[in-house]
Design a protein around this ligand. Structure first.
Ligand code: SF4
Length: 125
């Protein structure tokens, strides 16, 4: 018998949108491609998840939520794991549910492909 469907979401985080690392891509087009391909259940954009209000955002979004996997496309995944540790711990969100990918200095196609690969790999685990 199949268990409940796994739910997943993708957040794009873009260093306030002003960092040159994200200037080469159309962030809304990246999100729209992921939506059109229905790679996850929902997508979202945050300017700076590692700021204090980013902590609040993550906690409000994930607290008690039905999210098996949170994909975050932004900076280096090891950096993400460190930066999001406190908000995850505050709400007992299992940090292993975070799957991050670095999309800095990519164009729209490269960023979309990096996200596709991340999600494909995680689903194959
Ligand atoms: S979490 Fe990473 S991508 Fe997001 S604002 Fe901080 S350094 Fe930039």
């Amino acid at each position: 018998m199949e268990g409940p469907a796994k739910r997943s979401g993708l957040l794009l985080c873009v260093c306030q949108g002003t960092c040159p690392s994200f200037q080469g891509m159309d962030i809304f087009e990246v999100l729209n491609r992921v939506r059109r391909e229905a790679l996850v259940d929902w997508v979202g954009l945050h300017p700076q998840l590692c700021a204090d209000d980013g902590d609040v955002f993550l906690q409000e979004l994930l607290k008690g939520a039905d999210v098996d996997t949170l994909y975050v496309a932004g900076c280096d995944p090891r950096m993400q794991a460190k930066l999001f540790r406190e908000p995850f711990e505050a709400i007992n969100f299992d940090r292993n549910r975070l799957k991050g990918v670095d999309i800095r200095n990519m164009d729209t196609d490269q960023a979309t492909e990096a996200i596709r690969k991340l999600i494909g790999k995680a689903e194959g685990e």
